[in-house]
Design a protein around this ligand. Sequence first.
Ligand code: HOC
Length: 389
Amino acid sequence: MEDGPVNLREFQELAKRNLPKMYYDYFSGGAEDQFTLRENVEAFQRIMLRPRILVDVSKIDMSTTLLGYNMSSPILVAPTGSQQLAHPQGELATARAAAACNTIMVLSFASNYSLEDVASTCSAVRFYQLYVRSGFDAFCLCFHCFITCSFEQFLQVFKRRDVSAALLQRAERNGYKAIVVTVDTPRLGRREADIKNKMIMPRNSNLEGLISVDVNPTGGSKLEAFASETLDPSLSWKDIEWLKSITKLPIMVKGIITAEDARKAVDAGVSGIVVSNHGARQLDYTPPTISVLDEVVKAVSGAVPVLLDGGVRRGTDVFKALALGAKAVMIGRPVVYGLAVKGEHGVRSVIKMLQNELELTMALAGCPTLRDITRNHVMINYERPRSPL
Ligand code: HOC
């Protein structure tokens, strides 16, 4: 893509041109005033770098591991739903690109292609994102669980959240290596563009036959209607215990932005934390994720890896997150924009572009390995001088 976009912002501009307005608004939009949406990106721009000179940077090693899985760099693919709206190959293309870039893809609960389809398309290490589902559809529950679970599990599942348990089992059977439970969505945030556009609810192959929800209410966002039928607002810390009891996969929680919750997550026995405000799509006026990373990392004191998503658009952003203690970052919207611009090739370009930028940043900052990046490589209280004019 020689004459193509040279940075992630240009990918976004091209994606905006390529996509129908309803879809672009859905992917790019945030909640209410979209204050946090802007801050997620801009907060990175208030952190300055403190490079070291005369360090041998003739070789840069960005490789790392997460939960024991190797990655070529600390950049993962975040779960983003409905990727077929960006490209017909949707999550299949993204999974292939993740494999080509030797990184981990977190498949969204709201994917258009099923977790089986994605598993069979590539060799990437995959995690599965889970929203815990409320209630049950008796017929689907009985049929599905009867053929896939032990009797004991069946009873437990019957009493609890049938669909979630069934999805966990499918994730295990299809080689997903971890579960990323999104915990910031007891209800869907208010996305005003989706309401105006009467956002559609695209096909969700994972839920076919498991959930029957009327997704065609009159007016408003159909996604919102679907979410209110699907999400469980009673989800609590006890349910993390329940999830741990029904799967052998490590469980990470995504959506923590305070030290208090980070400590609870560690006490609940999670295997990792993602500092996330859901790409600013849930509660507006939450702080930008990079501004709370420090407090979460300190609260966790190295007990589990801490990841970050939200607003990562540059290799320097990745560097800043690592300097403040993140093990890795996840990118969501940039991947979707890459998909909208050029399918699998576009996603590869986006990931490679960010990897190349990180590599250059490490070289210019005097950090040949990720271990060399420290808190002293950033200055967080920098104030931009006021213009004398
Ligand atoms: C169960 C429906 O995370 C978004 C996605 C999808 C949320 C839908 C949940 O749009 O932010």
